[in-house]
Write a protein that binds this ligand. Structure first.
Ligand code: WT7
Length: 644
């Protein structure tokens, strides 16, 4: 572990909104008096009906209920757009940078208002009402933000599905959300390659049904249009009025569903609501990134993930920021692309993922150094633990040693950042997400639920609610309770392991459940296993994560074939493609080991601990193997472990 400490630079300390003393005092107040603290912070957004109650929360396993600002009402699109019009109608709200470096667009708040109103009217014309679910399967184009905000404007609930997901994965999400309307594009474009989004929707809708598909034109490719079901967005937009009044939405009315993987079963539809979510996203965006009036802010995530929801769209726009939306990838056309975009648009704040940093680090310093990056003031990291080497490189090479790095820990379920430095207040330690944000009470517990004190390591739980917290799993509150509130009753269980050092800094050590984090993408081992066993030649499969130099974790699959089926290189490729088709390219196994049997206890439980060790190449550390039903299985696995 890195022991290096980077003190807050003097200029930052002097100009800090929140310095170290203020952080300590405010933090103490925020946990001692959450109603007082959050009641004040909530004034940063505009309410339609003011709230009189702040926090009403029960983490009791028998009755998990989470409400913030429960009797207030507002509208998120109004907060992200209309509220800014009197003083920043001509300010750029969204800079869109296309995959092709010669394409970019600037959308002002006035234009954003018009576009979102039109989109909202198109949805209304197609029967979308308050509370209805709308599936958004779009590439990184401004229409993705318009569509999200259009839903928010009329009180509909969006479910954004990452454009990299397969037709099957999309179908499952449309069905679970009971969504009648799907918004897509003809094609997506990333890294110079096209992806057939509309065709994928067609394939998904052979399995599940939706009444309406709205197709945005991105490339102009010819796509099948099913009469009565499929509509061109551009045609529909011409038929509707330019203005659309915003709906009054209860603070606890749903804003969006976002599917995320867990240890078991199918991805869960994590549900976020309105008032608390926006307060949390906007406040963290301002304080963690030290967002200042006039800054150009760039988060490189995709809107298909929660990072894109909270820190491309809602947080920045609620703060009246200029947010950059990037269609492409870090290495196209060259590995200098990120830095060139920073120079092109004079980006002040840059937020990306460790996997991208590690991949670019592999290309050396020259592609970075040939760009200026003078505009950059602050760097952020999210999605997985950042190893100190990558942190140091990001700091020294990208930030030229002058930009603080905010390593932000949070989750789809947390809605916004929970543990991160405040750049004017917190000394940095490479690899540590540092300290809790206001109102956040992390605790480290042992396997028996004892709360550990001082320097320690264990599982990370959060002792009390925060406004951006997910409220339920869509359609399955019991699963919400089971997943997050039963392991450590009365506390929210994050699924992460964590160490706290003697300075009170938090170091996330990674997932402790059967979730793996591949390039910052969260996947359930169970999901990949069920994709594998769906293949006719596979009898049994067990999937574990293993350390991967660029992706953070890679996917290691142990596969037992049906009797009589011969293992071969061809079958290996076939299985990788099969998983890709069932879920997504991000779920493709890096290693498949064919095995005659899997290590099991006498009661038939697969011993994953052993499989993890073999995948990590740590044969000496297999631990207790005395409960194995058949020890020879393990010997075979070790003997036949593929090289690498
Ligand atoms: C999991 C949540 C946060 C939005 C993107 C991912 C891991 C996330 C960090 C970080 C160490 C991190 C955790 C967490 N994670 N950020 N800064 N340091 N680990 O959201 O897909 O819901 O994944 O990502 O393991 O539980 P997500």
């Amino acid at each position: 572990m890195s022991e290096k400490i980077y003190a807050v630079p003097e200029a930052w300390r002097n100009e800090a909104r929140v310095n170290a003393e203020k952080y300590d005092a405010l933090y103490r107040r925020s946990v001692a008096d959450p109603d007082g603290f959050w009641g004040e912070q909530a004034q940063r957004i505009e309410w339609i009906a003011p709230f009189t109650r702040v926090k009403e929360v029960s983490f009791d396993t028998h009755n998990v209920a989470i409400e913030w600002f429960g009797d207030g009402s507002t509208n998120i699109a109004m907060n992200c757009i209309d509220r800014h019009l009197p003083h920043r109608a001509d300010q750029v709200a969204i800079i869109w940078e296309g995959d092709d470096p010669s394409l970019s667009r600037h959308i002002t708040y006035r234009e954003l208002h018009e576009q979102v109103c039109r989109f909202a009217n198109v949805l209304k014309a197609h029967g979308v009402r308050k509370g209805d679910r709308v599936t958004i399967y779009l590439p990184m184009i401004p229409e993705a933000a318009y569509a999200m905000l259009a839903c928010a404007r009329i009180g509909a609930v969006h479910s954004v599905v990452f454009g990299g997901f397969s037709p099957d994965a999309l179908a499952g999400r449309i069905e679970d959300a009971q969504s009648d309307v799907v918004i897509t594009a003809d094609e997506g474009v990333r890294g110079g390659r096209k992806s057939p989004l509309k065709d994928n929707v067609d394939a998904a809708l052979e399995k599940v049904s939706a009444k309406t598909v709205i197709v945005v034109t991105r490339t102009g490719a010819k796509v099948d249009m099913k009469p009565g079901r499929d509509f061109r967005y551009e045609d529909e937009a011409k038929k509707v009025p330019e203005d659309c009044p915003y709906a009054e939405v209860g603070a606890e009315d749903p804003l969006f569903i976002l599917y995320t993987s867990g240890s078991t079963g199918k991805p869960k539809g994590v549900l976020h609501t309105t008032g608390g979510y926006l307060v949390h996203a906007a406040l963290t965006h301002e304080l963690v990134f030290d967002y200042r009036e006039g800054d150009v802010y760039w988060c490189t995530a995709d809107v298909g993930w929660v990072t894109g929801h909270s820190y491309i769209v809602y947080g920045p726009l609620a703060n009246g920021a200029t947010t950059l939306m990037f269609e492409g990838v870090p290495n196209y056309p060259t590995v200098s692309r990120f830095w060139e975009v920073i120079d092109k648009h004079k980006v002040d704040i840059f937020y990306t993922a460790p996997t991208a940093i590690r991949a670019l680090m592999g290309a050396g310093e020259e592609p970075v150094k040939k760009t200026s990056r003078k505009s950059i003031r602050l760097l952020g990291s999210v999605g997985e633990p950042i190893n100190p080497e990558a942190w140091e490189w990001y700091h020294r090479v990208v930030g030229e040693g002058r930009c603080p790095i905010v390593d932000t820990w949070w989750q789809t379920e947390t809605g916004g950042i929970l543990i991160a430095p405040l750049p004017g207040a917190t000394a940095l330690k490479p690899g540590s997400a540092t300290k809790p944000f206001f109102g956040v009470q992390p605790e480290i517990v042992d396997a028996n639920g004892n709360v550990l004190e001082g320097a320690c390591e264990g599982n990370l739980v959060i002792a009390d609610s925060w406004p951006g917290q997910a409220r339920t799993v869509f359609g399955d509150h019991e699963r919400f309770v089971q997943t997050y509130f039963t392991a450590y009753p009365g506390k929210y269980f994050t699924g992460d392991g964590c160490r706290r050092d003697s300075d009170g800094y938090y170091w996330i050590t990674g997932r402790v459940d059967d979730v793996i984090n591949v390039s910052g993408h969260r996947l359930g081992t169970a999901e990949i296993e069920s994709a594998l066993v769906a293949h006719e030649k596979v009898a049994e499969a067990a999937v574990v994560g293993f350390p991967h130099a660029i992706k953070g974790q890679g996917i290691y699959a142990y596969v037992t074939l049906m009797g009589g089926v011969e293992a071969s290189e061809r079958l290996r490729k076939e299985l990788v493609d099969f998983v890709r088709k069932e879920i997504s390219a991000i779920a493709s196994p890096d290693v498949i080991q064919f095995a005659p049997g899997l290590p099991k206890t006498r009661s038939g439980k697969i011993m994953r601990r052993i499989l993890r060790k073999i995948a990590e190449n740590e044969f000496g550390a297999l631990g207790d193997t005395s409960t194995l039903a058949d020890p020879s299985v393990v010997e075979d696995l070790i003997k036949n472990r593929p090289a690498g």
